[in-house]
Design a protein around this ligand. Structure first.
Ligand code: HEC
Ligand code: HEC
Length: 163
C-alpha cells in the first residue's frame, strides 16, 4: 500500500505526468506573470537575440541554464525560450491594433482561431483569417501577414509546445 502511494506521488510530480499539450501562455500566466507581467512586454523590454540565442538584460549569455533553475520544468525550457524569442523578434502589432477589442492574442487565439493544414482559420465558420483581415482591423497591407504569422504562432503556443 505504501509503495503504491509513493508510486502515485512519483507519477504526479514527474515531468512525464504533465499533459501532452501545455498551453504556454496559460503556464506563463500562472507561473511567471506575477513577477514579470505580460510575456510579450517582458520579452521585448528585457530580452534580445544575439547570434540566434536569447539573452537577458541581467543574464548575459545563453539563458538555458538559468531557466532550468528558474520556475520552469526542463521540458518547458525549449518551448518557453522559443516563445520569448519569437516575441522579441516580432512587432507587437496585435497589442497595438487589435487587443483593445479582442483582449490578449492568447485569449483571442484560444476562443476564436484554429489551424487547419497549416492555415489560420476562424473557429466560427472555418474561413481563412487572412481574407477577413483584408477588410477588418485597419491593418496596412504589409502588416496583414505579420499579424497572421504572430497569431498562427500564438495559436500553436496555446495548444501545446511547438510541433
Ligand atoms: C518570484 C518572482 C519570479 C517568478 C515567479 C519568475 N521569475 Fe523570472 N526572474 C525573476 C527575477 C527577480 C529575475 C532577475 C534577477 C535574476 O537575475 O535572477 C528574473 C529573470 C528572468 C529572466 C532573465 C531576464 C534577464 O533580464 O536576464 C527570464 C528569461 C525569466 N526570469 C523568465 C521567467 C519565466 C519563464 C518564469 C516562469 C516559468 C519566471 N521567470 C518566473 C523573478 C521571477
Ligand atoms: C474596434 C474593435 C475591433 C478592432 C480594433 C479589431 N476587431 Fe476584430 N472583431 C471585432 C468584432 C466586434 C468582431 C465580431 C464581428 C462579427 O462577428 O461580425 C471581430 C471579429 C474578428 C475576427 C473573426 C472572429 C471569429 O469569431 O470568426 C477576427 C479573425 C478578427 N476580428 C481579427 C482582428 C484582428 C487581427 C484585429 C487587429 C488587426 C482586429 N480584429 C481588430 C472588433 C474589432
Amino acid at each position: 500500500m505504501k509503495n503504491l502511494y509513493l508510486l502515485l506521488i512519483a507519477a504526479t510530480i514527474s515531468p512525464l505526468a504533465l499533459p501532452a499539450t501545455v498551453d504556454l501562455h496559460a503556464h506563463w500566466d500562472q507561473r511567471c506573470q506575477s513577477c514579470h507581467g505580460h510575456a510579450g512586454a517582458f520579452a521585448r523590454r528585457f530580452l534580445r537575440i544575439e547570434n540566434d540565442q536569447l539573452v537577458g538584460a541581467h543574464h548575459n549569455g545563453n539563458l538555458d541554464a538559468f531557466l532550468r533553475n528558474h520556475y520552469l520544468n526542463d521540458e518547458l525550457v525549449a518551448p518557453v525560450t522559443a516563445m520569448l524569442k519569437a516575441q522579441v523578434a516580432s512587432r507587437p502589432l496585435f497589442n497595438q491594433k487589435c487587443a483593445g477589442c479582442h483582449g490578449t492574442a492568447a485569449e483571442f487565439a484560444r476562443l476564436s482561431l484554429l489551424i487547419k493544414d497549416g492555415v489560420l482559420i476562424r473557429q466560427s465558420n472555418g474561413r481563412k483569417v487572412v481574407d477577413y483581415l483584408a477588410s477588418h482591423g485597419r491593418l496596412k497591407p504589409d502588416e496583414v501577414q505579420i499579424v497572421i504569422d504572430s497569431l498562427t504562432r500564438v495559436r500553436l503556443e496555446v495548444s501545446g509546445p511547438a510541433k
